[in-house]
Design a protein around this ligand. Structure first.
Ligand SMILES: [Fe+2]
Length: 372
């Protein structure tokens, strides 16, 4: 029996991969490429009292090797002196780097809400020709560690540790007792769940709008009638407003490194199309999101992949339904239906993008061709 709970997930962050490995018991986990061992960074101490690790390494190393090995030593007894670990066990994985320059196949899944059996078949739409998997938030509220492990298994099993995965947090992933532990498992810089990335001829940003309503909403435990006087006492469990401002500072400081790469944004909630109900509870942070958008336009964003609306559709520039004007197309790439979840099969080239909304049986429900 394998020492692994599931295949690893190779997350994309900046010009690195962050490989998430889940084992069945506590142990020391490493990734070996050639003669080099990579561990989770922990200021020199190797973690042995948990059953997972997020291991960061340069993309170029794995892109060249096209294979990696997980090395695992089960913890017998970690002590101040003479710790005991079991003999190493290993498992090999092949990796397919994103080397295409035209017709890059990305599959976008969002709003799974724990319907793994309905969502998993979506990813096989492109078969072996899938280049990038995008998992864009709202897998669901997190009350237990098992909830996280279920997500790790879902992503590991559909990507098989073989293709790069772009992973973003959704607003439902910020809910529940253990929501604060998201960054233990999923790609982040420190505790920041927003970051830039490069991937072959692609580059972009993963953004995180946090919740879909204001921090003082009663749903988040805030006692609204007291908030004006004592927000620190009567506020709820969220503080996303300053987080969004920090994200704005990140965007302001961001410079494109590869000028010829196709730049796009991935965000569970679309900051320029937060809702179609103008002035409603979800129409929030217009000023901040307008400033985000100024930066996205400056960076030359060609398109944005989003979910959250539970309906699959395209939002083109000048679309009157948007809360803010934008010059790039937005793919709202997931629908939640009784029998199936709909995802988006997106094929991008330099000049154009083809978007197919598909169901769990591989049926195409809509096709859109967009000039970029
Ligand atoms: Fe959502």
């Amino acid at each position: 029996m394998s020492f692994l709970l599931c295949p690893p997930s190779v997350f994309v962050i900046e010009d690195k991969y962050e490989i998430l490995v889940n084992a069945t018991a506590n142990g020391i986990i490493a990734v070996r490429i050639g003669d080099q061992l990579y561990y989770e960074e922990n200021s020199g101490v190797l973690s042995s009292e948990k059953d997972y690790a997020k291991i960061r390494l340069p993309q170029a190393i794995l892109n060249t090797a096209k294979e990696y090995e997980i090395v695992y030593k089960k913890t017998i007894d970690r002590k101040g002196y003479y710790s005991k670990m079991a003999e190493p066990q290993t498992e090999k994985f092949t990796f397919k780097p994103m080397e295409k320059t035209e017709k890059v196949n990305m599959y976008h899944i969002a709003d799974v809400h724990y319907r793994f059996a309905d969502a998993a078949p979506l990813a096989s739409f492109f078969g072996d020709d899938l280049d990038v998997l995008v998992v864009n938030g709202d897998i669901g509220e997190v009350e237990t560690v098992q909830n996280y492990l279920d997500v790790c298994k879902f992503v590991g099993e559909i990507s098989q540790g073989k293709i790069p995965v772009i992973f973003a947090r959704g607003n439902h992933d910020t809910r529940g007792k253990l929501a604060e532990r998201f960054t233990d498992f999923f790609p982040c810089n420190g505790k920041d769940t927003f970051f830039w990335f490069e991937l072959g001829t692609l580059s972009g940003v993963v953004l995180d709008c946090g919740e879909d309503k204001v921090d003082t909403h009663l749903e988040y435990g805030a006692m609204e009638y007291f908030k004006a006087d004592s927000p620190e006492v009567y506020g709820g469990v969220n503080n996303f407003s300053p987080f969004r401002q920090r994200e704005l500072q990140f965007l302001k400081g961001l410079q494109r490194r590869k000028k010829d790469a196709l730049f796009f944004a991935v965000s569970h909630i679309c900051p320029v199309h937060t809702t179609v109900h103008i002035g409603g509870a979800f129409d929030i942070e217009r000023e901040c999101y307008a400033a985000w958008n100024t930066q996205l336009e400056r960076l030359g964003t060609k398109f944005m992949l989003t979910g959250h609306m539970h309906r699959a559709y395209m939002v083109m520039p000048d679309d009157e339904r948007s809360t803010l004007a934008h010059n790039y197309p937005v793919v709202v790439g997931s629908a939640v239906q009784k029998e199936t979840i709909i995802g988006a099969a997106v094929t991008v080239s330099k000049e154009s993008m083809e978007v197919k909304f598909t169901d769990k049986n591989g049926n195409i429900t809509e096709t859109h061709t967009v000039k970029l």
